[in-house]
Ligand binder design. Structure first.
Ligand SMILES: C=C(O[C@@H]1C=C(C(=O)O)C=C[C@H]1O)C(=O)O
Length: 92
């Protein structure tokens, strides 16, 4: 069916973009950890994570997407970034 094929092609393109953006987001860990070392800051910043969570909830509500599921995705992304920062620190 044409509609299924077309929709899946769109999903494939969107997935590629999402994965590229995740990779770009994660690679920012390199700059972030450099700045944190200068500023003597911890890797974990709960205040910043709270802001991200609030923004995610707002976007989820505006787009009628399950809030908790979207929060789960963002938590995985923040975990990924913190892991990356820890690895960079260990390599130093
Ligand atoms: C990337 C940072 O480090 C951690 C990861 C975060 C993230 O992935 O958004 C947010 C806060 C920190 O716990 C940061 O401090 O900005």
């Amino acid at each position: 069916m044409k509609l299924l094929k077309k929709s899946r092609e769109k999903i494939d393109l969107i997935d590629e973009k999402i994965l590229e953006l995740i990779s770009e987001r994660t690679s920012l860990a390199r700059n972030i950890i450099k700045a944190k070392m200068v500023l003597d800051m911890d890797i974990w910043d709960p205040e910043r994570e709270k802001q991200i969570e609030e923004k995610t909830r707002q976007i989820a509500r505006e787009n009628r997407i399950d809030e908790d599921k979207l929060i789960k995705i963002m938590r995985i992304l923040t975990e990924l970034n913190k892991m990356e920062q820890e690895q960079i620190l260990r390599r130093k």
